[in-house]
Design a protein around this ligand. Sequence first.
Ligand code: PLP
Length: 356
Amino acid sequence: MSKIHNFSAGPSILAESAFAKSIQDIKNFAGTGLSILEVSHRGKEFEKVMADAAGLVRTLLGVPDDYDILFLQGGASTQFFQIPMNFLKTKAAYTDTGTWANRALIEAKGFGEVDVVASSKASNYSFIPKDYQVPQDVDYFHCTSNNTIFGTQIKQFPDCGNTPLICDMSSDIFSKPVDVTKFAMIYAGAQKNMGPAGVTLVIIKKDMYDKMADRHIPTMMKYKIHADNDSMYNTPPVFPILVSKYNLEWMLSEGGVEGMAKRNQEKADLLYNAIDNSPYFKGTTAVEDRSQMNVCFVFEEEHIGLEAKFNEACKEANLSGLKGHRSVGGYRASLYNALPLESVQALVNVMETFAS
Ligand SMILES: *Cc1c(COP(=O)(O)O)cnc(C)c1O
């Protein structure tokens, strides 16, 4: 079978080297003669995997020492309530820029007052609002760096003053450099751009442990418990952490997040140019807010009847995972780190051949 070009929005494409190394560890992990799937997470071999994975995150993103790196479970969706459970004392500020951002703020309402300072909901989340101030009388400000479903991305984070900035970076973490020192906390479900599903990355500034709300918080929901136990308070998601480690190693070998940014820019430019130059297709978002990770496009109104034909052409060219989310329709090409430029070229070729 010829190669499948994987544009899946998540779980998403990973580096081939991560698969090869993980397969080896399923058979014989670190010379133990046992599978990674059947050894204790308390053994020195897995402890090294955990330390290496955290070290790679620290190196790749330049995370300073006053931040902890945690590997948790429950997906980014658990962070939607774990964050307000820990840090929402009276009021928090949120931006409503997409389905995930909206879910996050709904969960926060269960713990206190939520000030939605900006929203693009009325325009089906087609842009990133910018004309707002981050309030200074709130416990934290929450935003979503990349709106996976709608294909918009924050290009410049707002000035937060003294308000702690918490960001859901599930779908663009490690895609480009980020100044971690601007954030009180960054979190990401692994399965978009870090590794397989089953582990959630949390990067948290240690001073946040002094800003906890005065309510009962179950032990498993306390960030500090996980920090004090090197993310092994309970059994961690051993295998997703292992695969993530190998995928992060691949990123480092390819020039780190600067290297990823260059790759991702090239891919996004190639595809957006093809969309803009095609009489058949158009983008669905404000041009200045276009995501480098998730490229959403639809047929121009007069060509909508051609969808079935185009889908067939994509299938023939081994292009997979292009169906747009039902809330946008059309197409979504996810260009996560591990997707090669040649896959984007294959898509562009189909678009151009189709037009002619
Ligand atoms: C996919 C996604 C989520 C949900 O992640 P889970 O790990 O499935 O809970 C949250 N936020 C963003 C931005 C996402 O893309």
